[in-house]
Design a protein around this ligand. Structure first.
Ligand code: SAM
Ligand code: SF4
Length: 439
C-alpha cells in the first residue's frame, strides 16, 4: 500500500523535558519540509508519539493511544513511534500494534522525513541506531521560540542505577560541542527566548573534555538578550566545584536546583547503585546554599524499591523534612525489564508502595506550601510565559520556578516584570504587577 505524502503533522510528547526538546526539533524538521502542524491528532496526516519508557504506566499509555488513532471511517494517519519505548521495544511494537508504520529511537529521529517517504512507497521502517550526536548536525535551524526554551547539551547515562532504563534506551553519556551549543543558544535568543534551560539525562556530566557545565553557563551568561539560565536533570556526583561556584557568581543562573536523591536510606542508595550517600547529598546542598543563600531545592524520590523496609522509608521522610524541598517529583518503584532491580528479591507489595507514596507526598505538599507561603509579601521578578484563564491574566515563573498568576493588561508574553506576591497555594502564587524589570 502506498499513501500520499502527509501534509500535516502532530507530535505528542510523553515524559521528560528532553522529549519535549526532541519533539520541538521534529516539528521544526517537518515544517522545513513544508508540512503544517495539525490542531489535533484526529486531523493529522502524520502522528508521532514521542514516548517515555521510564515507568510501566508511561509505556502502556502509548499502546492505548495507538488504538485510538484509527478513524471512524477506517482510515488512519501515518503513525510513528519515537522515543524510549521505540528504543526499548523495537520491532515488537509493530507486532503488537500493526498499524504502526515507523519505529524510531531517540538518536535517529533526524531520519524521520526519509522514513515518512519510505512509508509512502509502502514500506514499514525501523531505525534504532544510537549514532551518538549525528542528529544535531542534521536538524534545521531554530525558529520562533517560546519565552522559555530548552537546549539539550548532553545525552545518555553511564550511571546504571539498578532501577533505570535510561542507559539502555538513550545510550552512553555524550556531550555536544561547546561552539555548537553557544551558537544554538544565540539562535534561541534571536528567535525570542528569554530563558534557556540546559537539558541532559545527567546534564551536569556535560564536558567538552576540558570545561565543565559551570564554564558553559558562564559563556552563555554573556549572550545579550538572554535573561535567565537553568539546567536539569543533574546527578549529585557531577556537582563540580566549578558548577557550584557558578551558582554564586552568575546572576542569570536562577536560584533553583533540581537534584534527585531517590531515597534517604544509605542501604537503599547502595542497592540502587546511586554512588552517593544521604550525607554526601546533604553536604552538596549545603555547599550550594553557602554560595547562593536563596537557592531552592527540588528532587526526585522513588518509594518501594526492592527490600525497602519501614525504617528505610522513615529515613526518606526524615531527609525530606531536613531539606524542605520547594518542589519534588515522587514515584512508586516500577520494575523495568532488563534492569538489575527487576530481578531482585523482596519486591514491595503495591499496597505498601501506595501507602508510602501518600505519606511522602503529604510531607512534600507541606514543605512546598510552606515555601510558597514564605514568598507572600515579597517583590520578585516574573518571566511571563503564557495566557491565564482570566481576561488580562498572564502566568509566568518566579526565579524559584513557582508559577505566578498576574493580572497585567498591556503586558506581553516574554516580558520580565516586578511583581508583589499577594497570595499562595501549594502549586502556584498570585502577584500584583508593579513595573517592568530593567533589561
Ligand atoms: N538522571 C537523573 C538522576 O539520576 O537523578 C534522573 C533521570 S530519570 C529519567 C527521572 C526520574 O525517574 C528518576 O530520578 C527517578 O526518580 C525516576 N525513575 C527512574 N526509573 C524509575 C523506576 N524504575 N521506577 C520509578 N521511578 C523511576
Ligand atoms: Fe537513570 Fe539518572 Fe540513574 Fe542515569 S543517573 S541511571 S538517568 S536515574
Amino acid at each position: 500500500m502506498s499513501t500520499d505524502s502527509p501534509k500535516t503533522y502532530y507530535v505528542k510528547n510523553y515524559g521528560c523535558q528532553m522529549n519535549v526538546y526532541d519533539g520541538e526539533r521534529m516539528a521544526e524538521m517537518f515544517a522545513a519540509k513544508g508540512m503544517t502542524p495539525a490542531d489535533e491528532k484526529a486531523n493529522a496526516d502524520l502522528v508521532v508519539l514521542n514516548t517515555c519508557h521510564i515507568r510501566e504506566k508511561a509505556a502502556e499509555k502509548v499502546y492505548s493511544e495507538i488504538g485510538r488513532l484509527r478513524r471512524k471511517d477506517g482510515t488512519k494517519p501515518v503513525i510513528a513511534v519515537a522515543g524510549c519505548v521505540a528504543q526499548a521495544e523495537g520491532g515488537e511494537i509493530s507486532r503488537r500494534a500493526p498499524e504502526v508504520d515507523i519505529v524510531v529511537g531517540p538518536q535517529a529521529y533526524h531520519n524521520l522525513p526519509d522514513m515518512v517517504a519510505a512509508v509512502g512507497r509502502g514500506e514499514r521502517v525501523v531505525d534504532l541506531d544510537l549514532p551518538g550526536l549525528d542528529k544535531f548536525a542534521q536538524l534545521p535551524a531554530r525558529r520562533k521560540q517560546n519565552a522559555s526554551a530548552f537546549l539539550t547539551v548532553q545525552e545518555g547515562c553511564d550511571k546504571f542505577c539498578t532501577y533505570c532504563v535510561v542507559p539502555y534506551t538513550r545510550g552512553a553519556e555524550i556531550s555536544r560541542g561547546w561552539n555548537e551549543l553557544v551558537d544554538e543558544a544565540k539562535a534561541l535568543v534571536d528567535a525570542g527566548a528569554k530563558e534557556i534551560t540546559l537539558l541532559g539525562q545527567n546534564v551536569n556530566a556535560w564536558s567538552d573534555g576540558e570545561q565543565d557545565l559551570g564554564s558553559l553557563i558562564r559563556a552563555l551568561d554573556k549572550i545579550h538578550g538572554l535573561r535567565r539560565l537553568r539546567y536539569m536533570t543533574s546527578h549529585p556526583n557531577d556537582m563540580t566545584e566549578g558548577l557550584i561556584q557558578a551558582h554564586g557568581d552568575v546572576e542569570k543562573l536562577m536560584p533553583f536546583l533540581h537534584l534527585p536523591v531517590q531515597s534517604g536510606s544509605d542501604r537503599i542508595l547502595k542497592a540502587m547503585n546511586r554512588s552517593h550517600s544521604r550525607d554526601s547529598y546533604i553536604r552538596i546542598l549545603d555547599r550550594v546554599r553557602a554560595v547562593r543563600p536563596d537557592i531552592a531545592f527540588s528532587g526526585d524520590f522513588i518509594v518501594g524499591f526492592p527490600g525497602e523496609t519501614d525504617a528505610d522509608f522513615e529515613d526518606t521522610l526524615s531527609l525530606v523534612r531536613e531539606v524542605g524541598h520547594a518542589q519534588a517529583y515522587s514515584f512508586k518503584y516500577s520494575p523495568r525489564p532488563g534492569t538489575p532491580a527487576a530481578d531482585m528479591e523482596d519486591q514491595i507489595p503495591v499496597e505498601v508502595m501506595d501507602e508510602r507514596l501518600q505519606r511522602l507526598q503529604a510531607q512534600l505538599v507541606v514543605d512546598q506550601t510552606a515555601f510558597n507561603t514564605a514568598t507572600v509579601g515579597k517583590t520578585t521578578e516574573v518571566l511571563l510565559e503564557r495566557p491565564g484563564k482570566l481576561a488580562g491574566q498572564l502566568i509566568g515563573k518566579s526565579p524559584w520556578l513557582q508559577s505566578v498568576h498576574v493580572l497585567a493588561p498591556g503586558l506581553s508574553i516574554g516580558d520580565i516584570v516586578a511583581v508583589e506576591i499577594t497570595d499562595s497555594g501549594p502549586l502556584s502564587l498570585k502577584g500584583e504587577y508593579l513595573m517592568r524589570a530593567a533589561a
